[in-house]
Design a protein around this ligand. Structure first.
Ligand code: PGA
Length: 250
């Protein structure tokens, strides 16, 4: 059984003081190790998050984006080794906003996955189709292509397995959630592809999260779908009470 993973992607919200306030309210809500909680604050708030996790040091912290080089003239970027030093253990890679707003390519996703794993970060690789791609019957083609590119960055003997999130682009921040049938189908495709490429042992280890308008009132239903091992939550992870309710659904 893979433990459920409840991840919050804060995007460009919550600077350091809002981050401290969030943890002062959220951390006391849980004890015990399950579900696995991950938070992806803005890079500027990572240190504040690491300091203010308080009684919940096992809450995993991640960066929303990394550069693949260890250092250099890359204004505005952060390398994997820097974010490890700031307390992160996870890195989002290939989030749809990185792909569609900032032009991130499959080739860059491969490089970022390799850089993350090389520094001991676990990449949470996001894949998902646009509405046009769904209407064109291309869901499988798109998510398999994105997953394959990410897997090229995972060496055969990599120690920290990747996490995957299926996030249909049309469901992110729109209030539109995929139906449980759509989610089951996409997660089934991803699990099958992991098995084809890396074998059953690897495929069984990889948690596949669903993301896209997850809220306290739909989380339990989504988490009950076959092959859904967790959720990646944007808007509803900003409020400690709402994120805590989602975590309790897992
Ligand atoms: P949302 O975002 O929950 O606000 O739809 C999800 C995400 O982008 O990871």
């Amino acid at each position: 059984m893979r433990p459920k993973v409840i991840a919050g992607n804060w995007k460009m919200h919550h600077g350091p003081s809002a981050t401290r306030k969030f943890f002062s309210e959220f951390s006391p809500r849980f004890d015990g190790a399950e579900p696995t909680i991950l938070i992806f604050p803005p890079a500027i708030s990572l240190l504040a998050a690491a300091d203010s996790r308080g009684s919940r040091p096992e809450i995993g912290l991640g960066i929303q984006n990394i550069h693949w080089e260890p250092e250099g003239a890359f204004t505005g970027e952060h390398s994997a080794n820097m974010v490890v030093a700031a307390g992160a253990r996870f890195a989002l890679v290939g989030h749809s906003e990185r792909r569609h707003v900032f032009g991130e390519t499959d080739a860059q996703v491969e490089l970022k996955v390799a850089a993350a794993i090389g520094e001991g970060l676990t990449p949470l690789v996001c894949v998902g189709e646009t509405l046009d791609e769904r209407r064109g019957g291309r869901v499988e083609e798109v998510i398999v292509r994105q997953l394959d590119a990410a897997l090229l960055g995972v060496a055969e003997d990599a120690k920290n397995p990747i996490l995957v999130a299926y996030e249909p682009v049309w469901a992110i921040g729109t209030g539109e959630t995929a139906t449980t049938d759509d989610v089951a189908e996409a997660h089934g495709i991803l699990r099958r592809r992991l098995r084809e490429i890396r074998g059953d042992g690897f495929a069984q280890e990889v948690a596949i999260l669903y993301g896209g308008s997850v809220k306290p009132d739909n989380a339990a239903e989504l988490l009950a779908v076959t092959d859904v091992d967790g959720v990646l939550v944007g808007g509803a992870s900003l409020d400690p009470e709402s994120f805590a309710r989602i975590a309790e659904s897992g």
